[in-house]
Write a protein that binds this ligand. Structure first.
Ligand SMILES: [Zn+2]
Length: 247
């Protein structure tokens, strides 16, 4: 019986380790260290906070940098959640692309803030930022759509879908979720076609950007044409709630 309880405990801690690692990269290790302390939760919070802060200074050795979490300039992180979960890291080149986009948007449309969503974790290439399997090297970034009252449809930037016709069949398994159950919690916002189109044009003209992911119905609706703008396929997450671009 004792051995069984011990086994369950190990399994339980492994689950916590896995979930924290998947969500935050360094949270899992912070949990393992916290196990050596009596007040585990407090120890975890302290260790996690310190290691997250440390990551900001260590990440440049791994070729990454954190996007600005405490900024009210042109480029902002859409929700503190991304900062708390260490999901705002990009290569210096990607930081340059994002900064230039935000600056251009603010020049063309004064007062405009460009909001970044998921980027990558601070360390190691090939460590995916689930559910975005390709965000594993700091060279991919998601940004929120632009909205007329400057408020995102969704508090986190994802899942406020601008619905439209699709050729994709409704089959499982797929990451092509519609999150319909979340719809009642979405804010009543108006999608800003002009600024979203301008951002897509700017990105497609940036020689450092190799690929932009967007749903075909939005490409048609916005009238943007570029060989860099692609459809992600029917099995991957939809791209009519945010813009994905990569180097
Ligand atoms: Zn993405």
């Amino acid at each position: 019986m004792k051995a069984f309880i011990f086994l369950l405990q190990i399994l339980w801690h492994f689950m916590i380790f896995a979930v924290l690692t998947i969500l935050t990269q360094i949270g899992g290790i912070a949990w393992l260290v916290a196990l050596f302390f009596k007040r585990r939760i407090i120890a975890f919070l302290g260790i996690y906070f310190v290691s997250s802060l440390g990551a900001i200074f260590l990440a440049p050795h791994f070729g990454r940098q954190a996007l600005p979490c405490f900024s009210n300039e042109n480029l902002v992180v859409a929700s503190p959640l991304y900062c708390v979960l260490n999901r705002t890291y990009v290569t210096p080149e990607m930081a340059g692309v994002a900064g230039d986009l935000a600056e251009r948007m603010a020049t063309e449309f004064p007062g405009t803030q460009t909001r970044v969503l998921d980027a990558s974790f601070p360390f190691w290439d090939g460590f995916p930022l689930i559910p975005h399997l390709s965000h594993d090297d700091g060279e991919k970034l998601d940004i929120a759509f632009y909205y007329q009252n400057d408020q995102m449809a969704s508090p986190i930037g994802y899942w406020g879908f601008e619905d439209g016709p699709t050729q994709c069949p409704d089959v499982w398994p797929t990451l092509r979720w519609d999150m319909a159950w979340l719809a009642p919690f979405m804010r009543d916002t108006v999608f800003d076609e002009t600024r979203t189109r301008a951002a897509l044009l700017q990105l497609s003209q940036d020689p450092r950007v190799s690929k932009i992911l967007l749903e075909p119905h939005l490409e048609t609706r916005l009238g943007v044409r570029s060989n860099k703008i692609r459809f992600q396929g029917c099995r991957a997450a939809r791209h009519d709630d945010h813009i994905h671009f990569q180097l």
